[in-house]
Design a protein around this ligand. Structure first.
Ligand SMILES: NC(=O)C1=CN([C@@H]2O[C@H](COP(=O)(O)OP(=O)(O)OC[C@H]3O[C@@H](n4cnc5c(N)ncnc54)[C@H](OP(=O)(O)O)[C@@H]3O)[C@@H](O)[C@H]2O)C=CC1
Ligand SMILES: Nc1nc(=O)c2c([nH]1)NC[C@@H]1CN(c3ccc(C(=O)N[C@@H](CCC(=O)O)C(=O)O)cc3)C=[N+]21
Length: 380
């Protein structure tokens, strides 16, 4: 009997379903607790025996290389102009971002009048990636528009990790700075975690700090900051009048920048969330069963019209440069979603550009304002 209970416990741990205990009847729970104690004894023994593993239960795997994928099926010809036979609402991220910026600008002015200070955002940019440079330009321009002070530290690609950390530390200590952001990706030779760890928790306007992510994940806890892209996805849905409670939302991607925080934020809005990643089998079956699909994979045209159920809402976070000889720059930006196909199936969809991106930048300004309000005692 005791052995069976221990076996049950071991199986539970292996499949990592920690809430099983609370759904058991009281008597069975007593049994379970006894089994837990017995399990702990066994575990202690195992811990002593095994020096290579520091914790009990399933290993936290840390292999993230994506699996090989079959080649994508050919795309439809790109439509000339934007004249689609569709009744889908095209969600206008630019105008939603404009509204947020207006509100931020108004509050920045009120802050200036009340305490004589404005919020400050510091951006650390390492290297000379064209895309990063242009995203940082958008951030600085956004600050200028709303009256937030911006500071930029540009470091060469071949600088050391310590130089980046020093730059972050200086901004941490500067009282005129309320938000610190290190533009990603960093050059390959740098330890991203070490550099992000240097950002002070109360200036983490990107919301990447483990405590901010953890508090977002836990019921009744309030993170100081939530990822700007995740907030942007929610804002676009809510502003478009889309109900989330009980709806099946699928997110493609599980990164700390977009996929993971968006899945957590959606659960706080009582959506039922599926997460697809590079190892997911038959992703299109999951998306086809979803009321809302949010794609943040960074793969151009991954989501085809056939991946969507009729009337689904589509939020396309992906921002991918694709070759386009017709464009002045030789490339254009496209999302993860094949817009020409999806627009004929979806009830509402965000375009790229002009969808999630501008709202993400507006959320960064809002996070910086929130941070300054906390510092000057102006929070609600
Ligand atoms: N518009 C905006 O505001 C923003 C746009 N972006 C854009 O969003 C995209 C994603 O960014 P980010 O999250 O930082 O990227 P990452 O590369 O960090 O993460 C990509 C995620 O997508 C998953 N993925 C990759 N390929 C596939 C596939 N073929 N099928 C299913 N899942 C896949 C990966 O899975 P796995 O974990 O298994 O590797 C990973 O979880 C990029 O295009 C980026 O430019 C990002 C931030 C803001
Ligand atoms: N620490 C950190 N935080 C981030 O939030 C972060 C990051 N690093 N690294 C890169 C990704 C990507 N990202 C985007 C933000 C805005 C647009 C955006 O504004 N896009 C515009 C147009 C872009 C254009 O025209 O070039 C649009 O979609 O309309 C895109 C992508 C934030 N990221």
């Amino acid at each position: 009997m005791g052995g069976a209970a221990v076996a049950l416990l071991a199986a539970t741990r292996r499949s990592s379903i920690p809430l099983v205990t609370s759904s058991l009847p009281r008597a069975a729970r007593g049994l379970h607790e006894a089994a837990a104690a017995a399990g702990e004894d066994k575990a202690r023994t195992r811990r002593r025996r095994s020096s290579s593993s520091s914790f009990l239960g399933p290993d936290i795997t840390d292999t993230w290389d994506p699996p090989p994928r079959p080649a994508a099926s050919p795309l439809p010809p790109r439509a000339a102009g934007v004249d689609y036979e569709s009744t889908a609402t095209i969600i206008d991220g630019k105008s939603i971002a404009e509204d947020i910026r207006l509100q931020v600008a108004e509050e920045v002015l009120q802050m200036k009048n009340a305490v004589g200070h404005v919020p400050g955002l510091a951006v650390v940019l390492v290297g000379d990636r064209k895309d990063s440079q242009s995203y940082v330009r958008f951030k600085v321009k956004g600050c200028e528009e709303v009256g937030i002070k911006s500071l930029l530290a540009e470091l060469p690609r071949n600088c050391t990790e310590d130089e980046v950390v020093d730059s972050v530390s200086r901004f941490n200590e500067d009282p005129s700075v309320h938000g610190v952001l290190v533009q990603l990706p960093l050059p390959q030779h740098m330890d991203e975690q070490k550099i992000l760890n240097a950002i002070s928790l109360d200036k983490d306007v990107d919301g990447f700090h483990p405590l901010n992510v953890g508090n977002l994940a836990l019921r009744s806890r309030k993170p100081l900051f939530v990822s700007c892209a995740a907030k942007a996805c929610l804002e676009l849905l809510l502003q478009s009048g889309i109900d989330l409670m009980g709806k099946h939302v699928t997110i493609i991607g599980r990164s700390k920048v977009v996929g993971l925080p968006t899945s957590l934020l959606l659960q706080r809005h009582h959506a039922t969330v599926s997460v697809i990643h590079a190892y997911t089998e038959n992703p299109e079956e999951i998306t086809r069963g979803s009321d809302i699909v949010i794609s943040a994979a960074g793969v151009a045209n991954l989501v085809r019209g056939s991946w969507l159920k009729q009337g689904a809402v589509v939020i396309d976070v992906g921002t991918n440069p694709v070759e386009d000889p017709a464009s002045d720059f030789g490339y254009r930006l496209t999302g993860d979603v094949c817009f020409e196909e999806a627009v004929n199936v979806a009830s509402a969809i965000t375009p790229v550009p002009g969808g999630v991106g501008p709202v993400t930048i507006a959320m960064l300004l809002a996070n910086t304002l929130d941070s300054a309000k906390r510092v000057y005692g102006l929070s609600d």
